[in-house]
Design a protein around this ligand. Sequence first.
Ligand SMILES: [Zn+2]
Length: 356
Amino acid sequence: MPDVRPGVVTGAAYQAVIDAAKAGGYALPAVNVVGTNSVNAVLEAAAAAKSDVILQLSNGGAEFFAGQGYPDKHEARVLGAVSCAHHVHLLAERYGICVALHTDHANKALIPWVEALVGHSERHFERTGQPLFSSHMLDLSEETLDDNIALSKAMLERMAKLGMSLEIELGVTGGEEDGVGHELEEGADNSHLYTQPEDVLKAYEALAPIGHFSVAASFGNVHGVYKPGNVQLRPEILRNSQALVESTHGTAKNPLHLVFHGGSGSDPEKIAEAVRYGVFKMNIDTDTQFAFAETVGAYVFANERAFRFQLDPDDGKPYKKVYDPRKWLRKGEQGIVKRLQQAFEDLGAVGRSVCA
Ligand SMILES: [Zn+2]
């Protein structure tokens, strides 16, 4: 195993973190972040759990990171992601855990966003020997399988030179993530939510010779939290995909690095089953968004006057110490930290950092 140190892990170090998770029977949460508040909360939570962690930005999260008032949306998505990456490179090491930096769903229209980020990683690599990001995702599940694989191949060829990993999507994760995908039609025929193992094999054969990649295979998982009964998780699809690659190519067990999208609201038993079939990364966004909102909301409701008056209209009492943004943003951070402790436990990751 390569020498893996605290901080942002890329290349062989990131691969070692993935291999350790799969060998150890646990997975890491990949948490969507939108600003330094959520980034710092994730780092705090991972350090408290003594677990490694994956931080990721959706295109909208990256844009928000640069500021929603920034006039050029494409530039904002690029610069916001780069800004976040520099923040994490500076701080992650001091939190004493390994952090992978990743971007979330990019459909065909967002390929220029990913290309621009790879360009930033190429320049960072020239200066430091390390890319800015550990991995990017291309979600071309709306294209034909052949187009999906061809475009993914082209991107991986460029990224592999920097030791970067590519996450692809096969089949369709239900629901919508930041404008990519479709809102779930409740009660509809959801057969498109289940990936065919033959498609996974085809992607494996195209990408494995080029570089490191992971697969978001759909097994009935859905973005967002819906009322129970609309979708059925079938983790055996993951097992069958692994088995097909194993038997066709005579590989070791669980050759695929699998990603579980839409982890929010999932049954811990299904999560554990997915992890047994080679899932090393579980995305979580909706539940941490709610944890942030819930704790901020509770504070605002309990201190309602401080959010309407600088001085109490009855007794003139100053409310500065109550409405100070550090007070209520901190509540939100603590909400994320608490929710993530549950995620680290569900995924079996507590105390498993490879570099702590
Ligand atoms: Zn997703």
